[in-house]
Design a protein around this ligand. Structure first.
Ligand SMILES: NC(=O)c1ccc[n+]([C@@H]2O[C@H](COP(=O)([O-])OP(=O)(O)OC[C@H]3O[C@@H](n4cnc5c(N)ncnc54)[C@H](OP(=O)(O)O)[C@@H]3O)[C@@H](O)[C@H]2O)c1
Length: 222
């Protein structure tokens, strides 16, 4: 298996570390950008590029017909992409957050979404904290949490130090607060989730089209 790693920054370098010497891989970055030509011969592409450069390469990635695992955030997905990937018979997996533990949180938030059955007008609040270099706010994960909660959430963001990623959902009622929190301690967790996804693709367990990591990982919990 030969992997193309796009981005060797804070997260991409964790992918490269975890690939080690056992797996053949190439690394693409600002001064060695991916092209249709130099991507040839790779079995899977893993992207931890920032959103804008990822979007600028998206047509090349589609045309390569190589499966993609992408954690890039901070951009809007082109609408027709799922259809194009299905036509090309190429599986892609995307996630705002490749932490495997986040899938446990997903299940918890699905339960929290039912708060209205027990409480009158519960307030849903999300607070996320990341390192100062993170460009997008609120984080993609905070947006996913809001979707999972099926409620309009008041989302607040803070940027400080080198925080890998903290997310907290609070349901406030008149009489009690219910809180779920996820703290990423090391960027290696995102690399591990991306490599878990690449393996699913190599093992032919992923259908063609644009797949969500959380939909695949949740199957492990059923
Ligand atoms: N989904 C998840 O689980 C997850 C987790 C963490 C981060 N992320 C997302 O992943 C992305 C990267 O985050 P990061 O903190 O690792 O970023 P980073 O440390 O800033 O690294 C960015 C990398 O992208 C490369 N790059 C930037 N512009 C490029 C271009 N035009 N062409 C080719 N390469 C380019 C840089 O190349 P040089 O090395 O040459 O400068 C660098 O290697 C962000 O969108 C972030 O939100 C997602």
């Amino acid at each position: 298996m030969k992997i193309a790693v796009l981005g060797k920054g804070k997260t991409g370098k964790k992918v490269i570390e975890q690939l080690g010497h056992e797996h053949d891989h190439s690394v693409f970055h600002s001064s060695n950008p991916p092209t249709l030509e130099n991507l040839k011969g790779h079995d899977v592409i893993i992207s931890f590029l920032p959103g804008e450069p990822f979007l600028s390469y998206i047509d090349i990635l589609i045309d390569s017909k190589i499966p993609v695992v992408t954690g890039s955030t901070g951009f809007d997905w082109p609408k027709e992409i799922d259809q194009k990937l299905k036509e090309n018979k190429t599986p892609w997996i995307r996630a705002h957050n490749f932490s495997l533990g986040m899938n446990l949180v997903h299940e918890m938030i699905k339960v929290m979404a039912k708060a209205d059955k027990l409480f009158k007008a519960p307030k849903f609040k999300i607070h996320e904290v990341h390192h100062i270099m993170k460009v997008d706010a609120p984080s993609g994960t905070a947006i996913s949490w809001q979707d999972w909660s099926e409620h309009e959430c008041q989302i607040t963001s803070a940027r400080t130090g080198d925080v890998v990623g903290d997310h907290k959902l609070t349901i406030e009622t008149e009489t009690e607060d219910i809180i779920v929190q996820h703290q990423a301690k090391d960027r290696g967790i995102f690399a591990a989730g991306a490599l878990w996804s690449a393996k699913k693709i190599i093992d032919n367990e992923v259908p063609a089209g644009l797949n969500n990591f959380s939909d695949l990982a949740i199957k492990e919990l059923l």
